[in-house]
Design a protein around this ligand. Sequence first.
Ligand SMILES: Nc1ncnc2c1ncn2[C@@H]1O[C@H](COP(=O)(O)OP(=O)(O)OP(=O)(O)O)[C@@H](O)[C@H]1O
Ligand SMILES: [Mg+2]
Length: 232
Amino acid sequence: MEPILRAEGLGRRFPVGDGVWALKKASLSVPAGRFVLVAGPSGCGKTTLLNLLGGLDRPTRGDVELRGVRYSTLDESGLARLRRTEIGFVFQFFNLLSDLTAEENVALPMRMTHMPRDEVAARTAMLLEAVGMSHRARHTPYELSGGEQQRVAVARALANDPTIILADEPTGNLDSKNSTEVMDLFRRFNRERKQTFVVVSHDPAFAEYADVVVWMQDGEITSVEEREGRPS
Ligand SMILES: Nc1ncnc2c1ncn2[C@@H]1O[C@H](COP(=O)(O)OP(=O)(O)OP(=O)(O)O)[C@@H](O)[C@H]1O
Ligand SMILES: [Mg+2]
């Protein structure tokens, strides 16, 4: 199958001291509909890799291609448009806008694409329902628990029906019950909507959710483990 996301010889060097290769030379192919877990110890380059895959950062060498579009051919506004329309992001610290209610946070990415108002409202309601947050639609982030905030953030990431969802330690600030709930939500969207996920976690326990586990160490991908027959 044609990969939906491809990284080729991806490297990122940060100009600190003599220079730090946070990511040395990573190549990766993600077929559509896969659930990929990126695992490895702290400092091994997981966030660096994910930021490059999401076009949040530019590589020092190599390139990323999403649905055949090479990031190196895009200027900043082209890359921003691609992030807005093709990628859903979920972060460790939720990153909801604190002045907006749950439903306003979920609606925001749709507003930015000039979707008609009634369509935005209907899709917002559907997404909040899907993550089990309809009853908290009018709450602001401070009025929500961490787990609830992350569920709203998941709904927001799915707002524009992205090609791919990238999540960096999405359960890093959640207790084990909420962590499992968020991962179960991801798996449900992956199964039911065939959405592609790349999820970073240093917790190898989440490998059970994945079709593919990408193991990293010292700025390198050390192995790519295809998992068969994952439980439903
Ligand atoms: N902006 C930066 N400037 C300099 N060095 C950086 C920068 N970002 C990351 N690094 C370094 O690159 C390496 C990889 O960092 P990265 O954040 O990708 O690790 P990680 O695998 O996500 O770790 P964690 O599990 O702790 O989140 C680390 O050694 C880090 O110190
Ligand atoms: Mg990280």
